[in-house]
Design a protein around this ligand. Structure first.
Ligand code: TXA
Ligand code: MG
Length: 346
């Protein structure tokens, strides 16, 4: 890829108007990293094949992994899909703007490059005011995957975006730390039954309250068996990983600490819950309160990035719970761990 001169727009408090040049660049097919309430996105015109191709190149993303189109109003959604079933509309009414992505059959204007060759398209209306302003000002549905290099933890802070995207995009727009910290819940509404393909801050329980039945896809919690085609292409790739080998450890804090006493390999670190640092025999980083799932979601990726250093070879992580937003945290961590789980439960 040709090296680009990246401009950073410092605007963490959303206090200043965004420059017209930014909107012009996006309309012109250029790339911009933008803040959303979930994670930072690597945005470009989702209807422009060349712009979309540049997103894939900047991330090093496999071309069969489809993108999410970000919209600012329902009228824009109607142009991107063939039909909006009632249940999809009810979910949008309840959770948009916000961290929910809805998959439906795509209309002709959505290029196959954006949808990774699929006949469906994923759409979400973000809540972050800066994301909304950019979509409104350009009147374009913006394709925006998480703004990390493919395979790395998603960026939740400006510094993560600078480290992954400097020299690859025209603009990086600062919007402060992301409020939620894990990517949106992705739900497929294109079939008879609604299926959650990726858990996020909006839980299966909350979705069931609005539409009744919803299934959580098996691939959310388990590795795909060889030869299985995933419903969500993103599920088949290694994800969210620092350089170190990550292990999820299930069981009590006592069992965790006593197991780690026998771990002597150099470069071993632990990721624990708040207040547990002193109880473990390895250097550690905490990633949230044990019962506070939102705080875990909020700090997960930044904690994994903190431990992404050449001298760190092994990371042992206290396992999160699997209910509510905990499911989203667990889903990201088992992928970071390549499904390596140490079970100390009795
Ligand atoms: O919160 C978010 O969703 C963030 C922010 C920037 O909006 N975006 C994000 O995009 O996480 P990305 O590209 O990193 O993840 C999109 C996921 C991938 O796992 C992809 O495979 C899946 O959604 N996906 C997208 N379109 C799909 C489709 N038509 N069918 C099935 N899965 C789809
Ligand atoms: Mg991603």
């Amino acid at each position: 890829m040709k090296k680009v001169d990246t401009k950073i727009i410092y605007n963490a408090k959303d206090a200043a108007p965004l420059p017209e040049e930014l909107f012009a660049a996006v309309k012109n097919g250029e790339l911009a990293v933008i803040p959303t309430e979930t994670v930072y996105g690597l945005a470009a015109n989702g209807l422009d094949e060349n712009a979309v191709a540049n997103i894939f190149a900047a991330k090093g993303r496999p071309s069969d992994n489809p993108l999410i189109l970000h919209i600012s109003d329902i009228a824009m959604w109607e142009t991107l899909v063939t039909n909006i079933p009632n249940n999809a509309r009810r979910l949008a009414e309840k959770f948009w703007p916000g961290p929910l992505t809805i998959i439906l059959p795509k209309s002709e204007i959505v290029p196959l490059k954006s949808s990774g060759g699929l006949s469906t398209v994923a759409v979400r209306m973000p809540m972050h005011p800066i994301a909304q302003k950019i979509i409104k000002a350009t009147s374009l549905p913006l394709a925006a995957p998480s703004a990390n290099i493919s395979g790395k933890p998603s960026p939740t802070k400006l510094e993560h975006c600078i480290s992954d995207m400097m020299g690859k995009v025209s603009y990086i727009v600062d919007g402060g730390d992301c409020a939620l910290g894990v990517e949106s819940t992705v739900i497929d509404m294109s079939g008879e039954t609604a299926v959650i393909l990726r858990p996020g801050s909006i839980s299966p329980e909350q979705i069931a309250e609005v539409i009744g039945e919803v299934i959580v896809d098996e691939a959310v919690l388990s590795p795909l068996s060889n030869g299985d085609a995933p419903l969500s292409p993103g599920m088949k790739y290694m994800h969210y990983s620092p350089n170190a080998q990550v292990y999820i450890v299930k069981g009590s804090l006592e069992a965790f600490s006593s197991y780690l006493k026998d771990v002597s390999a150099e470069g071993s670190y632990a990721m624990v819950f708040d207040g547990e640092e002193e109880a473990v025999p390895l250097p550690s980083v905490s990633y949230g309160g044990k019962e506070n799932y939102s705080s875990q979601a909020n700090r997960l990726f930044a904690s994994l990035r903190k431990l992404d250093k050449p001298e760190i070879k092994y990371i042992y992580v206290r396992s999160p719970a699997k209910d509510g937003i905990g499911l989203a945290v667990y889903n990201r961590l088992i992928r970071a761990a390549g499904f390596n789980i140490i079970n100390l439960e009795v």
